[in-house]
Design a protein around this ligand. Structure first.
Ligand code: AMP
Length: 190
């Protein structure tokens, strides 16, 4: 199986690049942000809980996020592999994912990070907010909170995979096609 963690701060282009990669490598795309938004739209109990965190730019608690992600993996027993987009966002999530995949006889192949400077992220997120319909993209204070949360809680996950020799960084600035090519080059080298 090819199991990739597509990593990077909010606005780095994880969702956009995932769309290309799932087609090219016939993978299943699992975005925890998308799963939460689906639950919010359908007004489920999980959605209601998640919304209170997402609206502030904070992380949804690990226990809730991990079990949602595991359910989503379990719903795809025939998958050739997965792209995890926006997960794991804490070291506890990364450790839980390792244990879960091990139980299924598989593992993370690599974490590939899209590297983009903070000022560029803010510009991109505000621009995306004009059309995404996402409240968390429209408010500069929430955007700043999401970036701060990333720096404090999520950035250390890089070291988790680096310690396993699985971390690969890619320059996330350029045209969509250029960045896809960089990602493909890394995947082909795995
Ligand atoms: P995203 O679409 O990946 O930018 O996620 C939107 C929001 O959903 C984040 O700002 C978090 O509030 C929440 N979220 C998404 N993925 C996770 C995760 N793995 N752990 C905790 N919260 C998450």
């Amino acid at each position: 199986m090819l199991n990739l963690v597509l990593f990077g701060p909010p606005g780095a282009g994880k969702g956009t690049q995932s769309e290309f990669l799932v087609k090219r490598y016939s993978l299943v795309h699992l975005s925890t942000g998308d799963l939460f938004r689906f639950n919010i739209k359908n007004e489920t109990e999980l959605g209601l809980l998640a919304k209170s965190y997402i609206d502030k730019g904070a992380l949804v608690p690990d226990s809730v996020t991990i079990s949602m992600l595991e359910d989503a993996v379990n719903k795809n027993p025939d998958a050739k592999g997965f792209i995890f987009d926006g997960f794991p966002r804490t070291n506890a999530q990364a450790a839980a994912l390792d244990t879960f995949l091990e139980g299924r006889g598989t593992s993370i192949t690599s974490m590939i990070a899209l590297e983009v400077a903070e000022e560029e992220l803010k510009v991109r997120l505000l621009e995306r907010g004009k059309t995404s319909g996402r409240a968390d993209d429209a408010d500069p204070a929430v955007i700043q909170n999401r970036i701060n949360t990333y720096n404090k809680e999520t950035a250390p996950v890089k070291d988790f995979y680096d310690g396993q020799g699985k971390y690969r960084g890619v320059d996330g600035v350029g045209s969509i096609e250029e960045i896809t090519e960089r990602l493909v080059a890394v995947i082909e080298s795995l």
